[in-house]
Design a protein around this ligand. Sequence first.
Ligand SMILES: NC(=O)c1ccc[n+]([C@@H]2O[C@H](COP(=O)([O-])OP(=O)(O)OC[C@H]3O[C@@H](n4cnc5c(N)ncnc54)[C@H](OP(=O)(O)O)[C@@H]3O)[C@@H](O)[C@H]2O)c1
Length: 246
Amino acid sequence: MNIGHEAVLAGKHVVIVGGSSGMGKATAKMAQSLGATVTIASRNLEKLASAASEIGDGVRVSPLDTTNEQTVKAWAAALGPVDHLVISASSAAHGAFADLPTDDLRSMFEAKFTGPYVTAREVLPYLQAGGSITFFSGVLSRRPAVGATGLAAVNAAVEALSKGLALELAGRVRVNCISPGMVDTEAYASMTSEARAAMYEQVGASLPVGRIGHSAEIAQAVVMAMTNGYLTGAVLDVDGGHLVRA
Ligand SMILES: NC(=O)c1ccc[n+]([C@@H]2O[C@H](COP(=O)([O-])OP(=O)(O)OC[C@H]3O[C@@H](n4cnc5c(N)ncnc54)[C@H](OP(=O)(O)O)[C@@H]3O)[C@@H](O)[C@H]2O)c1
């Protein structure tokens, strides 16, 4: 039995929605280095072009807003056959239960749950037998935090979606979910560098590994989810031990 990543991804078409930034971009780089043909998708064409030139020759870019349902079907049809679909695109809304505007909550569910749901559904006809779908949740689903109850709930919804789909698509496509802990990505770019460094330091010190994560460490787990034929219906906690921290 050949379980080498290189052999399994060579010649495969890997589509990464959210591939212009953070963990999606790191996954695109790793998949490309392992021989895959990679397509990255997200809303901002400039960000996509800049990510593509960073990732290297041959990367395809395909603009998409997952929350614009009318456009997703045609976008998916233009992809051609797909072996592995990864969806890391999302946005997060923070706020106390009593204060978080309902519109912010709805937008977050659109971007992190409904958009990925619709995207996976529309790509499904083009997903090749033996392929995979990998969604992203986050550690808050099972270790909630004050001021992030809505985000905890949407993460839990994504995990339930992954497990349900693993059953519904059984025998054809495997479906898994990556649940990252805190990872240094562009998601925190709006913070001042001092505030960001202090947050990374504080969260990192609370974790068994003593630091926050790097995007490439999450990409490694996504490659595992794509290539391990015995893995489906799983939520992979790549979180530095966040779930077991004191
Ligand atoms: N970073 C962390 O500490 C952390 C912790 C726990 C969980 N997570 C989860 O892990 C996943 C990846 O996070 P990350 O930090 O790598 O994110 P990121 O760096 O902020 O990247 C998000 C990507 O999604 C794209 N995107 C956002 N909304 C979209 C939409 N509606 N349609 C299409 N593309 C869209 C963005 O590009 P455009 O803006 O150009 O569309 C970007 O490429 C997310 O689900 C996040 O919630 C992250």
